[in-house]
Every structure is written in C-alpha cells, then in structure tokens.
Design a protein around this ligand. Sequence first.
Ligand code: AFP
Length: 285
Amino acid sequence: MQERSTGTTVDAIVDVIAETAPEIRQGLVGRRGTVDEENPSGDEQVEADVWADGLLEDRLSSIDGVGQYASEERPDIADCGEGVAVAVDPLDGSSNLKSNNAMGTIFGVYDAELPARGEDLVAAGYVLYGPVTTMLVARDGAVHEYELSGDERGVIERDVTIPDDAVVYGFGGRVPDWPDDFAAYVDEVEDELKLRYGGAMIADVNQVVTYGGIFAYPALESAPNGKLRLQFEGIPIGYVIETAGGASSDGSQSLLSVEPTELHQRVPVHVGSQSYIDRLESALD
Ligand code: AFP
C-alpha cells in the first residue's frame, strides 16, 4: 500500500481538530470542576483538561500517518504507529474555565520523534474558544484563520500577517518576580502600548496576531525557565507567529531553535512584532 504523504496526514490532523473543537466547546459544560490530580507540570487539572485530552488522543491517534501523541496533561508519549508526532495542549488557560473566560487548544505536528525541535515542525496552530470559535493554522509558509461552527469551517482570512504598527502587550508572572532587565523593558513598552492580559496564552496571543504588539511569559526570579511548556506552547506558538511575519524568542534565540531535552520542559516565551522582539533581546542581552 502506498505510504501516505505528510501533507495528507497534516490535512487529516487539521480536519480532526477543527471537527472536534465544537464538541470540546460544548463538552465544557458540567466539566468546570477540578479533579484531585496534577499534570506533569504540577498544575491542578480541571475535569475538562482530562476529558479533552482523552478525546483528542482517541481521534488523532487513529489517523493513518500519526505515529506519536503527546499532551501537556499526561507524562508519557503514546505510540500509535508510523508517522508524524502530534503534541497538544488540550485546554490552554483551563484555569479560566471557573471564571468563564477565554481558553484555547494548541497543536504542533512534528516530522520527528518527541521531544523535537521547532525546526522539525510541519504545521502548528490553535483553536480559540472566545465569543466565537476560531482556528489559526500555520503550514507551508502561510497562516490562515477559520471560524468553526458545528461541521462548518469558514475562512475568515488567508495569509494572516501580524501588523507592523504595534498596539497591545501582555506579560505573565508577578511584577515583583520580574528580573530587573525585563522590568526595565516593560517600563518602555507600557508607555507605548495598551495592556491586554487575560491569563490564557492563546487569547492573549490572538490579540497580538490581530493588533500587533508583544506577548511574553518571561523568565522569573523564582522560575528562571518561566512557566510555559516548550513542546506544547512555546514552539507551536513561535511557529505560528514567525509564519505570520512576527518573531519569537526565549530571550536570546528563536523558540524554534531551542534544543529540547525533556518532553515537559519550560521555556521563557516572548512572541510578537519583530521590532519589539529585537528590543527585548537587546534589553536581556
Ligand atoms: P492553565 O492552563 O493552568 O490555565 O495555565 C495557562 C497558562 O499556561 C497560559 O495559557 C497562560 O499564559 C499562563 O499559564 C497564565 O499564567 P498565570 O496564571 O501565572 O498568569
């Protein structure tokens, strides 16, 4: 039997995530409570985290051409045959569920075994559960945005690019815990841009994709690698932002160049308009 091309497998992965997203959104109802478990990063799990992870594993691992499934919510990689590896954050910002605020689902498709580098990505994207459900997909050098409703997937914008004129910023972590060089950079940015921070990376990053600016969850005095996970958050979002004409950084290099050592390792994440990332790297130099 002829081996399936990676492009066809990516088509199937994007289709499955687009079809499953409305079901995830509907299934949040009644799953907002916490379960007495923690994920491999020590975050308290919400019922919906575990449920959405199981649903996505079932659907994605049965795609011909998917060889590995991994997620932020489980310690190990599930082997499911030959092919690409899919890494997901099933419900990014799930602690927002209790306060009924925006959340997302993040995915990365790697043409390599996990943990893998950003340079091994062949596609990445996210679903945003906002007032409406939208999906951004980066592959083949372009980013396209869709609106999802039931089985429908309508194109909103092709070739999404990050505006040069920056308007918004969002920085995670507690201000007293910011290293001095980062705090000094923030002082400049605060004079120039408007604050948009809601506690779910995908919702905050989509502000930057839409209006231009910068989002960061930096290195902290108490957490030198920051909070966000390289494989499930840093690399896929770095890929989307760079494909949309922006830039990403761990403070000194592109997130796509960071060498992965562990599946659940953390990394300082900075993404947005090129000029703000250039200035950030100079400030942290
Ligand atoms: P949860 O998935 O546990 O809600 O964490 C969300 C997140 O990973 C990312 O989406 C946010 O940018 C960041 O953590 C929020 O962290 P703070 O709660 O420290 O602001």
